[in-house]
Design a protein around this ligand. Structure first.
Ligand code: NAP
Length: 259
């Protein structure tokens, strides 16, 4: 299926690794010009080069922290008029809410709610004027079913989801859609770090923690980031203009609800 995206421009945040990278790779394969953002320059440049070699598309890199105003300015300077915006940033740390103070909450809100909203604000009117826009926010399965140790994530991402639900109904008449992708357990560096921390905390090995988690998923496996990137590319496709305000859960069936 040709997604009709060749020649479009995408700003893909937090994309040197993991799910953000997977989205960038798939958009590159569709012929989309890319601007990639991450804090650490060398893996970011390595990912950019990998995509250039694989897809032949133009790839810019901006090594900044997207959760800062300066970082967002630099990213938007490099890609002022994206047709596609993928918002993403690192997730907040786990813990007990009794240990979090106001600064912890502000940091989580900045990263996982206010940064996507600022980026949408800076780009959505241009998309509306050009009559094409696709915004995809990488959130979490925690929006649908809270994860007890990730209270900061549960709260901040729910805030973004609520805001987007309203705006997505305003922009769709102009062929600008806004949707959220909700990852369950995908095999990325973050997942490995989370399992390592869990193993240390519970006194088991990494392998045991990995196997228990894998077997606990109805699919009997973790998600492959490629699958995530492909879902993202589909939502960005020219044919997806009637899909907006949706929360697409990719979790191998782990959420047990009928809807
Ligand atoms: P990952 O493998 O750790 O990759 C994170 C990427 O984001 C890296 O490229 C990292 O590069 C970049 N990044 C992090 N913070 C950034 C910042 N402030 N500014 C710019 N770039 C930043 O993580 P992932 O598994 O792909 O997760 C992506 C998002 O999905 C996270 O919010 C995570 O909480 C959420 N999520 C993941 C899963 C999962 O199973 N993987 C499940 C649910 C939710 P630098 O470190 O160099 O900046």
């Amino acid at each position: 299926m040709d997604l009709g995206l060749a020649g479009r421009r995408a700003l893909v945040c937090a994309s040197s690794k993991g799910l953000g990278k997977a989205c960038a790779v798939q958009l590159g394969l569709e012929g989309v010009e890319l601007t990639l953002v991450a804090r650490t320059a060398s893996p970011l440049e390595a990912t950019a080069e990998e995509i250039r070699q694989e897809s032949g598309v133009a790839v810019r890199t901006v090594a900044v922290d997207i959760t800062t105003a300066e970082g967002r300015d630099a990213a938007l300077h490099a890609c002022p008029e994206p047709d596609i915006l993928i918002t993403n940033a690192g997730g907040p740390p786990p813990g007990d809410f009794r240990d979090w103070d106001r600064n912890d909450w502000i940091a989580a809100l900045d990263a996982n709610m206010l940064t996507p909203i600022e980026l949408i604000k800076a780009t959505v009117d241009g998309m509306i004027a050009r009559k094409f826009g696709r915004i995809v926010n990488i959130t979490s399965s925690a929006v649908k079913a809270p994860i007890d140790i990730l209270g900061l994530s549960n709260g901040a991402r729910a805030g973004l989801t609520g805001f987007v639900a309203g705006l997505a109904r305003k922009t769709v008449a102009h062929n600008v859609t806004i949707n959220n992708l909700l990852p369950g357990p995908f095999e990325t560096e973050r997942l490995h770090n989370t399992l390592t921390a869990l193993a240390t905390k519970t006194g088991t090995s990494f392998e045991e923690a990995y196997e228990t988690r894998r077997r606990g998923n109805p699919a009997q496996r973790f998600g492959d980031p490629v699958e995530f990137g492909q879902a993202c590319a589909f939502l960005c496709g020219a044919q997806s203009g009637f899909i907006t305000g949706q929360n697409l859960l990719l979790d191998g069936g782990a959420f047990p609800g009928t809807f």
